[in-house]
Design a protein around this ligand. Structure first.
Ligand code: MN
Length: 319
């Protein structure tokens, strides 16, 4: 595995009060790596502060009795700030905390598996590898590099992250052999894989399938560019009682279409349009495409925010 943990371990060993921050609308990898790393650092007798203004995600709530999640959203002095699972300042739950850490000369460390983004140039240390399945997997390998044994709870947080970002180890673009090894080791530490998979699949209700069906039904394939696109309006979310953030799930579903080069889903959220893209069946780099619009992500999965009208996006993708 092409990843050098030396600088990260030195900084963690030096710091006794460490802040953690992850990305907006936390998914399984965001919360999994956040709480997994929190437990690991506490085991090393570090004082840990979680910076966030979000409640704990649904993916984690079956562990929430012992999650002990009590975040704050204003900066307080720490020796080291670690950002998890994002490459962009604007994607952090608390960008102000990162800025204040920089201003006050606090060391900053990025742990991430996305394509390089704006915070990479700002931070002191970057621990990143786009070949690794998830931030949770990087955190796992870090713990092993430090010679730690994990308890079941910590192993489960990290496994939630890995299962989320790999679509249950099925996505060939994010899974590699280290992912299987990491999962096997987490099972040895007692992680209940079956329970985690059941929990993460809980949203597969008939209602959700109907919602997916209605969005997929209006998908259009542009013959010229091979872009398969669709959109989700606020009315759709209301009709099916669906939380915001479903565009990536719809993207993953559409990505099964073998004849599309790029899959694109635009989702309306008040005045912002969230655009998610996939390119699993082609050589198109959607992270690069997204960066033209100020977004980012992975080569095969990326997104950007568009301020304006959903119709403008729909029109511009009808190519
Ligand atoms: Mn991730």
């Amino acid at each position: 595995m092409e990843i050098d943990f030396t600088k990260t371990i030195i900084e963690i060993n030096k710091a006794d009060k460490i802040g953690l921050v992850t990305h907006l609308l936390g998914d399984g990898d965001a919360f999994g790596s956040l709480l997994g790393l929190r437990n690991i650092l506490e085991k090393l007798d570090k004082k840990v502060v979680i910076f966030s203004n979000e409640t704990l995600g649904k993916q984690i709530d079956f562990l929430s009795d012992n999650a002990n999640y009590d975040p704050i959203d204003e900066y307080i002095p720490i020796n080291l700030l670690i950002t998890l699972d994002t490459a962009n300042l604007s994607r952090l739950t608390c960008p102000n905390v990162f800025s204040k850490a920089l201003k006050s000369g606090t060391k900053t460390l990025i742990i991430d598996h996305h394509a390089e983004g704006d915070i990479y140039d700002l931070a002191d240390i970057v621990l990143s590898n786009t070949e690794i399945s998830s931030t949770s997997e990087i955190v796992f390998w870090l713990s092993q590099e430090m010679g730690m044994r994990l308890d079941r709870e910590t192993a489960e947080y990290l496994l939630i992250g890995i299962e989320t970002d790999t679509n249950f180890l099925k996505n060939p673009n994010s899974v590699n052999k280290t992912t299987f090894t990491a999962k096997a080791e987490l099972l040895k530490y007692g992680a209940r894989a079956k329970k985690i998979i059941e929990k993460l699949n809980e949203t597969n209700s008939i209602n959700n399938l109907k919602f997916t069906g209605s969005i997929v039904k209006r998908a259009q394939l542009s013959k010229k560019y091979g872009i398969l696109s669709t959109y989700i309006t606020s009315a759709d979310q209301k009709e099916y009682n669906i939380d915001p953030g479903s565009s990536s799930a719809i993207c993953n579903f559409l990505d099964q279409a073998r004849n599309a080069k790029v899959v694109l889903v635009a989702e309306q959220r008040d005045n912002i349009i969230k655009v998610s893209m996939r390119s699993n069946n082609s050589n198109v780099n959607v992270a690069q495409l997204a960066s033209f619009f100020g977004g980012g992500g992975h080569v095969k999965a990326a997104g950007f925010d568009f301020i304006g009208n959903l119709n403008d996006i729909i029109e511009s993708i009808k190519v």
